[in-house]
Ligand binder design. Structure first.
Ligand SMILES: [Mg+2]
Length: 222
């Protein structure tokens, strides 16, 4: 029996569609039309945007914080995404950790909201870690082997501060983002499904160093 692989998943932009929920709140407050960037709950609030956009973003965040159990209202990025992680966790005996830096809202703690949401999506007994600060330090402390995240900053952090191999979810397959990730030894995938396919290959090849090297080269881990 080999030691289980340890796999981390970021929540927003990986399994939960935070951007859509942000736009919904924005449309409710300001009407449909031009969007501000939703930013990342990991790195809230928006930084270098023009002043009116910052104020608008602040108002959306304020509404989010006042919404009871906001984190339980999100749609998944893929209908069966969480269920597939659960199925692969059982089949491959992975140890899975959901890691997030979501800010608190009215209602239950972020941890409990996130746990309820994951259970509703088909993952019983989820380990949810609400970790402020460095994603790399968290990946190191958890001895992760792989980590899936949609934030390039988090992936760089994971790559430099832990032994985990990061997989960056790159929306729309943005080729520039893929190329710069690869230069930094970060793998990338266009969707959660594609990320899971990479993890499946890597898991199956775990005891075949040459094959794993080939996969690593293809994915961009070296
Ligand atoms: Mg994220």
């Amino acid at each position: 029996m080999s030691v289980p692989l340890r796999v981390g998943f970021d929540m927003d932009g990986v399994v939960a569609d935070f951007a859509r929920a942000f736009y919904d709140v924005e449309a409710r407050l300001f009407g449909p039309g031009a969007h501000t960037r939703p930013g990342d709950p990991e790195n809230e609030p928006a930084d270098s945007a023009p002043e009116p956009e910052v104020r608008r973003s602040d108002a959306v965040w304020q509404a989010i914080r006042e919404t009871p159990d906001f984190w339980m209202t999100l749609q998944p990025t893929e209908p069966d995404g969480v269920r597939r992680i659960h199925e692969m966790m059982l089949r491959h005996s992975w140890e899975v950790f959901f890691i997030t830096q979501r800010p608190a809202t009215a209602g239950q703690t972020v941890q409990r909201q996130t746990q309820h949401w994951l259970v509703a999506q088909g993952f019983d007994l989820p380990s949810v870690l609400v970790v402020p600060g460095s994603r790399g330090a968290a990946a190191g402390a958890l001895s992760l082997d792989y980590h899936v995240d949609d934030s390039p900053t988090n992936c760089v952090d994971v790559r430099s501060e832990s032994k985990a191999r990061p997989i960056l979810i790159v929306a729309d397959g943005d080729q520039r983002a893929v190329t710069s990730a690869r230069k930094l030894g970060i793998g990338s995938a266009r969707t959660l499904s594609e990320g899971l396919a990479i993890l499946e290959q890597a898991t199956n090849a775990r005891n075949q160093p040459k094959l794993l090297d080939r996969i690593a080269a293809l994915v961009g881990w070296r």
